[in-house]
Write a protein that binds this ligand. Structure first.
Ligand SMILES: NC(=O)c1ccc[n+]([C@@H]2O[C@H](COP(=O)([O-])OP(=O)(O)OC[C@H]3O[C@@H](n4cnc5c(N)ncnc54)[C@H](O)[C@@H]3O)[C@@H](O)[C@H]2O)c1
Length: 273
């Protein structure tokens, strides 16, 4: 894909990985539509980008946890920017721990981490299939191909996000759709730090950050955005900013019992049980 002259929509763009993605795509020459929910300051980033290149960054406020808001986001972005070449479903929540996770935590995790992707795709695909081209990308997580120690809802919904992205690629790849799926380990964002997280985006558990830090290096959002940019230019499905994730996947596929044993060891190291 060629970023120069394209239109890219990014959700969860007020901070962290989403803000870095918006800025990286903009640097590469795209017009960007930055989206986040009410109360998240996405305007400041758009203003900064517009100061560099007038009328090149737009804002659509949308709560992507409902079908209607995804439909509105897609239509608004097309109305403002003329078309959508790349839609990046990046918004996500990390909430819920073990079997005590509430129904609200499970439902919100599915709505934001999974259903939002299919709702957006539902309203993007008709135009893209008619044109014979379109690019859908999503942020899942290394937890989506491995596991999230300490959070059943995060582990399960991120696996579902990977499965949905793969299904899209398999089903529509021959009709011009390109799909990428971002699967990082730790990234230095509000979600990992926990402290400045909005109230309903509650902590996986107090040890969540420790789990991720114990698993490997914590990258900066701009490093992740560089990896995403390169993968999209190359039209590669998986984006692994932490390359060891691909090695862990191989181990999981070929020596599953050993992989499970290693994960239990990590669980004991972080939680003591
Ligand atoms: N930080 C990490 O270590 C890490 C690792 C792997 C995957 N991820 C994933 O990266 C993505 C971005 O997270 P981040 O780390 O940048 O954290 P973040 O908390 O900075 O970003 C998440 C964004 O999603 C937005 N969001 C949440 N619910 C929303 C809703 N209903 N409607 C609209 N926007 C909503 C938030 O307002 C926020 O801006 C998430 O999908 C997350 O699961 C993060």
């Amino acid at each position: 894909m060629e970023f120069r002259g394209s239109v890219a929509v990014v959700t969860g763009a007020a901070g962290g990985i989403g803000a870095a993605l918006g800025e990286r795509f903009h640097d590469a020459g795209a017009t960007v539509v930055l989206s986040d929910r009410a109360g998240a300051d996405v305007q400041t980033i758009a203003a900064r980008l517009n100061a560099r290149r007038p009328d090149s960054a737009h804002v659509v406020i949308a709560d992507i946890s409902t079908e209607h808001e995804n439909e509105r986001l897609v239509h608004e972005a097309r109305r403002i920017a003329g078309r959508i070449d790349l839609f990046f479903a990046n918004a996500g929540v990390a909430m819920g721990t073990d079997l005590s996770a509430s129904e609200t935590e499970w439902n919100t995790s599915f709505d934001v981490n999974v259903h939002a992707h299919r709702w957006a795709a539902k309203y993007l695909l008709p135009d893209w299939l008619a044109a014979g081209r379109g690019y859908f990308a999503s942020t899942a997580s290394a937890a989506g191909v491995l596991a999230q120690i300490g959070s059943a809802p995060y582990s399960v919904t991120k696996h579902a996000a990977v499965a949905f992205a793969e299904w899209l690629s398999i089903t529509y790849g021959s009709r011009g759709l390109r799909v990428s799926c971002l699967c990082p380990q730790g990234v230095n964002t509000a979600m990992l730090r926990g402290g400045d997280r909005p109230a309903e985006n509650s902590a996986i558990n107090p040890n969540a950050g420790n789990v991720v830090r114990a698993a490997g290096a914590v990258l900066e959002p701009h490093e992740v955005a560089d990896a995403v940019h390169d993968a999209i230019v190359a039209e590669r499905f998986f984006v692994f900013p932490h390359p060891e994730v691909a090695d862990y996947m191989k181990l999981k596929a070929t020596e599953h019992e050993r992989w499970l044993g290693g994960m239990r060891k990590l669980q004991r190291r972080v939680f003591g049980v």
